[in-house]
Structures are given as structure tokens and as C-alpha cells.
Write a protein that binds this ligand. Structure first.
Ligand code: NAD
Length: 407
């Protein structure tokens, strides 16, 4: 597998080929401002002691406090967390939020832990990093395999350590614990708003056939948003496999099936296919919504989608980007397409700091406005510079970070 942090830096260099940024500024952006590792001991249910490796990377805070989720995954390592923290820096700038970029994680398969073990681990992560976190310093959130419940354990641990009960140190909390309305669907729905703004510029059918690769928080909410707007979901994958149903998958029924069986596989009336087949399915829109490096030089030439909306972080390698560009398949980059999540996270942080609670309508209207404005800004930049949407989004973000850095 390509090293994702190297991929991220190559994306930076490729953007710099289109618009030159000062050497010193690029030198600063080639590594995080701070990366911290911790060894987190957990007494397991059987009495044994296990030590897990945890991370927090604070990439850049020129525009505001570090912001970025915490990933629990067996393949998470420092390189992945660095890449994700770098992308968060750019993402917050693309969405024009008053935030910098960071990311955290633990190398663990949370599905193999009991609930008690998971809670001890989550609290252990917070104890390890509490001194560098804070509402005005570094504000984590959920990511792959971390849930609102895990955020509650963490925010509770932070309150015990510091006495700060504002909740503003962590976003993605449940509503009754200071969470924001609209945070659940924010990433998938925000991605839909971006697509809907840009679709007029591309020759896409009125009603699109959509394939979603990944059916967690992001994939599921994206599928619901596209279905609600009249598009048809024809393929879905999760970690256990993939399904295809050309006449359309009813998303609510698929959620019910997944809740019952633990997977999308075996959904009534669907055909079972492989992950690889799902990615190269015949469709109008492909939505990668799982992990990194799903579209590489190996499969990019076989992609049949007319348009790709990157809701996962880093699902396409730079080599695959070139192949897709040559083939005329537009890619809406992650740092724009999935920025709805951090946007509503930032609303949550703002509400916690002010002691307010905004209604769902207000939150979603604000989200839509930001997504549409920045989708337009990225598209306009791509036209001005005659480049793809990824380079355009990078350049827009880099200009904003550069200004903040110089100021
Ligand atoms: P999640 O844990 O809720 O869901 C991940 C999904 O991917 C699950 O359905 C899982 O079964 C599936 N999956 C895992 N490995 C797979 C594989 N090899 N092939 C196909 N499917 C696979 O995570 P999430 O929060 O939905 O995040 C998904 C992606 O979106 C990640 O890249 C994450 O960094 C990014 N993202 C998430 C948010 C957010 O608000 N949650 C915001 C921005 C970006």
C-alpha cells in the first residue's frame, strides 16, 4: 500500500506546480507542528494487561485551534494520522472555518474489545493527551470506528482532569451532551450539497445511478441524501462485502438489514459482488466512503463512473488521479466534498463556547451555504487555473493558510 502521508505531500507538490507558493511556507507544511505518541495501558476483562499505541498529530494552527477526529483501526499508524491531520488543515481552510488541522488515533481493532475495555481505552487516550488538548487549543471529534458514546467517555475524562465541563474540547457528542443538531448526517449531506452545486457544470443525468463504497456514518448518510433527492442507489459496500441492485436499493431497508445482520451483504433482492467489482461498477456517481487507497493505478482505468465524490479521506492515489483526469472523470476532492462534518463540528464547538443550542433548520441552512459557496469557489479556481478540482481546492486552502501564517 502506498504511504498515505507521502501521497498527501505529493498532492501538495502537484498543487504547487500549478501555482507556486513561497519555499519557506512549503517547508513549514512538510511536517506537523507537533506529533505525540502514547502507550495506553488497559486492564482487559480477563485480567491481563495490554498496551495500545495512541497518537495525536497537531499539524497546523495558523487559522485557529487544531481540529480533527480520532480513528480506532488496526491499521492506523503515525503516517496515516499525519496524512489525515494534514488534510484536516486544508479542509478547514477550504470550508473557511476558524480552525487548524489535527488528527488522532489508536492502533486497535475495536470490534475485538468488550464495551468496558473500549471505554477504558477511550478514557486512557484522553488521559494521555489531555494536556495538549483544549477548547482553544486542540479539539478532537469522531472518525472511523469512534462514536458519539466514545466522545462522551472522553469529554467526561477531560472534565475530571481539568474541571472544564463546557464540552467544547470534543465535538461529535450526542445531543443530550452538548452535541449539535445535524452533526450525524453532516458529512454525507454536505457532500450532497457540494455535488448538487457542481452538477450543473458537468453532463450528468437528471436522476443519477449512485454507488457507495463504505456504509458507516458517511456512506449511509450520503446514500440517504442522494435517495431523498430522487437519485438511485445501485451498489453499496461495507467491510464484509458488497451488493448490487440495479433497480435501486431502498436505503431505509438496507439500514434495517445491516442493523439486524451486521452487514449489507445478503440484502433481499441484491446480487453479492466483491469490493473490487463495486468500485468499477457501471454508474453515474461513485462515492468512496470507506478508507484510503481504494482507487489506485491498478483499478483507475477500469472505473466506469462519470463522476467521483470523495467522501472518504484519501481514497484515490496521485497516480490514479492522473488516470482519471486523462479519462475526463471529474473528482470532487475529499477536502471539499467531506468538509461538511468538520463544518458542523465547528458549529458544535461554537455553540458549546457560547452556551447556545441552535435548531436543526438553522444548522443545515448554515451548512448548505458554506458547502455551496466553497464548491463554487473551488470550481471557479479550477477554471481560472485550468486545473482539476483537487489542485484548485489545495490552492484555495493554501492561499488562506499562507495569509494567516504571514499575518
Ligand atoms: P465508519 O466507521 O462509520 O464507516 C466506515 C465504513 O467503511 C463501514 O461501513 C465499514 O464497514 C466500511 N469499510 C471498511 N473497510 C472497507 C473496505 N475495505 N471496503 C469497503 N468498505 C469498507 O466511518 P465514517 O465516519 O463513515 O468514515 C468513512 C470515511 O469518511 C473515512 O475516510 C473518514 O476519515 C471520512 N470522514 C468521516 C467524517 C465523519 O464525519 N464521520 C468526516 C470527514 C471524513
Amino acid at each position: 500500500m502506498p504511504n498515505v502521508f507521502e501521497n498527501a505531500l505529493r498532492q501538495l507538490e502537484r498543487a504547487n506546480q500549478v501555482k507556486k507558493f513561497p519555499e519557506d511556507f512549503l517547508t513549514l507544511l512538510h511536517q506537523p507542528q507537533r506529533e505525540v505518541r502514547a502507550h495506553i495501558p488497559v486492564r482487559m476483562d480477563d485480567g491481563t494487561l495490554r498496551v495500545f499505541e495512541g497518537y495525536r498529530v497537531e499539524y497546523n494552527n495558523a487559522r485557529g485551534p487544531y481540529k480533527g477526529g480520532i480513528r480506532f483501526h488496526p491499521e492506523t499508524d503515525i503516517n496515516e494520522v499525519k496524512a489525515l491531520a494534514f488534510w484536516m488543515t486544508l479542509k478547514c481552510a477550504v470550508a473557511n472555518l476558524p480552525m487548524g488541522g489535527g488528527k488522532g488515533g489508536i492502533t486497535v481493532d475495536p470490534k475485538k474489545l468488550s464495551k468496558t475495555e473500549l471505554e477504558k481505552l477511550a478514557r486512557g487516550w484522553m488521559r494521555a493527551f489531555a494536556d495538549i488538548l483544549g477548547p482553544r487549543k486542540d479539539v478532537p471529534a469522531p472518525d472511523v470506528n469512534t462514536t458519539p458514546e466514545i466522545m462522551v467517555w472522553m469529554v467526561d475524562e477531560y472534565a475530571k482532569i481539568t474541571g472544564d465541563k463546557s464540552g467544547a474540547v470534543i465535538t461529535g457528542k450526542p445531543l443530550d451532551k452538548g452535541g449539535s443538531e445535524g452533526r450525524g448526517p453532516a458529512t454525507g449531506l454536505g457532500g450532497f450539497y457540494v455535488f448538487d452545486k457542481l452538477r450543473a457544470y458537468y453532463e450528468l443525468p437528471e436522476k443519477c445511478a449512485v454507488v457507495v463504497h463504505g456504509f458507516g456514518n458517511v456512506g449511509l448518510n450520503a446514500a440517504e441524501s442522494f435517495e431523498r433527492a430522487g437519485h438511485k442507489i445501485i451498489g453499496v459496500a461495507d467491510s464484509r462485502g458488497a451488493i448490487r441492485k440495479i433497480d435501486g436499493i431502498k436505503v431505509a431497508e438496507l439500514i434495517e438489514h445491516k442493523n439486524k445482520t451486521g452487514s449489507v451483504v445478503g440484502f433481499a433482492g441484491s446480487e453479492s459482488i466483491t469490493h473490487a467489482e463495486n468500485i468499477i461498477s457501471e454508474c453515474d456517481i461513485l462515492i468512496p466512503a470507506a478508507l484510503e487507497n481504494q482507487i489506485t493505478a491498478q483499478n483507475a482505468s477500469q472505473i466506469k463512473a462519470k463522476f467521483i465524490l470523495e467522501l472518504a479521506n484519501g481514497p484515490i492515489t496521485p497516480e490514479a488521479d492522473d488516470i482519471l483526469f486523462e479519462r475526463g472523470i471529474p473528482v470532487v476532492p475529499d477536502i471539499l466534498a467531506n468538509s461538511g462534518g468538520v463544518t458542523v463540528s465547528t458549529f458544535e464547538w461554537e455553540q458549546n463556547l457560547k452556551g447556545e443550542h441552535w435548531g436543526e433548520k438553522e444548522v443545515l441552512e448554515k451548512l448548505k451555504k458554506i458547502m455551496e459557496t466553497e464548491a463554487q469557489n473551488v470550481f471557479t479556481k479550477s477554471q481560472e487555473l485550468k486545473t482539476d478540482l483537487r489542485r484548485a481546492a489545495f490552492i484555495l486552502a493554501l492561499e488562506r493558510i499562507q495569509t494567516a501564517t504571514e499575518l
